[in-house]
Design a binder for this molecule. Sequence first.
Ligand code: FES
Length: 135
Amino acid sequence: MKNILINRLREIQNKEGYVSEESLKKLSLELKIPISQLYGVATFYSMIYTKKQGKYVIELCASPSCFLNGSWNLEDYLKKELKIDIGETTKNKKFSLKKTSCIGCCDKPPAMLLNGKVYTSLTEKKLKDILKKCK
Ligand code: FES
């Protein structure tokens, strides 16, 4: 049942960009599952968004291999550059910044996802170039 639920949440997110409270209410009626339970599942998984996101969603890996290889430095850089904190979206709705657990690129840390695309062996210089290309 959990797989079906996660798939449904992802379908909604793919269609609407995030899973709104309204969508959770509809899904609750459709699946006959209390909305509190749906909300619990939606907020447990970092790749399900319950808030509207920016055009570009940056998910910086914070798991051990990346953390020990400087993701915490890159986190500071991104916060400063974008003028937002983790979990926030820039005022112009261009970037959202998140932390994620391991994305399977531990051999090339630090790593991140940008709208689902993987970037590895990150440095401040590389991040600067990536941000510049986001229009
Ligand atoms: S620890 Fe960052 S990708 Fe695995």
